[in-house]
Design a protein. Structure first.
Length: 319
């Protein structure tokens, strides 16, 4: 069984670093817990400074668990008449054998179109890097028929890391109870090959929309929030349909991630703090033998003096 797992790792890493593979970005199931990772145009949408962090562990029952960490900070800058933000993400695959790191700085000017309608545009510039620990890899020529992986490999390692300038852009249109936005990441489709070849990272296109529907009157603390999100990156396409239910400080959510999984979510907002937990129930051919995916998000919302004229915060969810 250990040999099978090692062989599986060889195949996974070979495909992951191959010269012609079109990779996909790491993703979070709590799409709005780290909003500027989803869409840079959401930077500063809560006006006051905000810190967000998320941790995702995917397929814990499979050798070489995937884990992703994302941290961001953003706020509305009065002098710039827009939002500013900083986002950092790292994804570790096969117990740190293959690592992806992204960092981006964001500027998102906000424009009032009317008393209840605003629009925000954004540009995000940063760095995107793929790295591999060649010392953790095993190859076919190391296999002895009797003793297993005991021979030295004759394979020539590629580069340890490959990074490039990265550029993204986004837009969000919002009213009192509804928002719609879109973003494009990796505009330059930078090369991330680790084998001295060319492997462009495809552009990622995201479109998302949702709204808040109060239950029990205009000033009620109970809301239903239907949401939809579509993503495309290379040949990969995904349609996500979800709904949140919020009653005072407690949030529950359910998402359907196109023929792949259901996402169940529970969140708590306690004053300035926010914490959420979600679990992906696998419904694809992988079944739940993978143990799905667990995700935890944390957030802190600072208080500040609101700008004049007042800019309306975007009504998108917190998880």
């Amino acid at each position: 069984m250990k040999t099978f797992y090692k062989l599986s790792l060889i195949l996974a890493c070979t495909f992951a670093i191959g010269m012609q593979l079109h990779a996909q970005d790491p993703e979070f199931s709590q799409f709005y817990a780290n909003q500027i990772y989803l869409n840079p145009a959401l930077a500063g949408n809560s006006i006051c400074p905000r810190v967000s962090a998320g941790y995702r562990m995917q397929w814990p029952n499979i050798y070489g668990t995937y884990s992703t960490v994302g941290v961001s900070v953003d706020r509305y800058a009065h002098s710039l008449k827009g939002g500013v933000g900083l986002m950092v993400m790292q994804d570790r695959a096969a117990q740190g054998t293959l690592n992806t790191t992204g960092i981006g700085a964001i500027y998102a000017p906000h424009i009032k179109l009317g008393p209840r309608v605003s629009i925000s545009f954004a540009i995000q510039a940063g760095w995107w890097q793929k790295a591999v620990n060649w010392g953790k890899l095993t190859f076919g020529d190391q296999i002895d028929p009797t003793n297993g992986f005991v021979n030295a490999t004759q394979e020539t390692p590629g580069v340890a890391a490959h990074g490039n300038f990265d550029l993204a852009a986004g837009m969000v249109l919002t009213s009192d109870h509804f928002f719609i936005g879109g973003a494009v990441h990796h505009i330059f489709e930078q090369n991330e090959s680790l084998l001295h070849g060319t492997s462009p990272l495809p552009r990622k296109y995201t479109v998302h929309a949702g709204g808040n529907i109060p239950i029990g009157g205009k000033y009620s603390n109970t809301f239903v929030s239907p949401n939809i999100m579509y993503r495309q990156q290379g040949d990969f396409q995904q349609l996500n349909l979800g709904v949140y239910f919020k009653k005072q400080n407690i949030v529950g959510g359910l998402w359907y991630r196109g023929r792949d999984s259901f996402i169940m979510l529970l969140g708590l907002e306690a004053g300035a703090f926010r914490i959420g937990y979600s679990y992906d129930v696998t419904i694809s051919k992988l079944t739940n033998e993978t143990a799905g995916a667990h995700e935890i998000s944390l957030g802190y919302q600072f208080t500040c003096k609101k700008p004049k004229p007042k800019y309306r915060p975007v009504v998108c969810p917190s998880f």
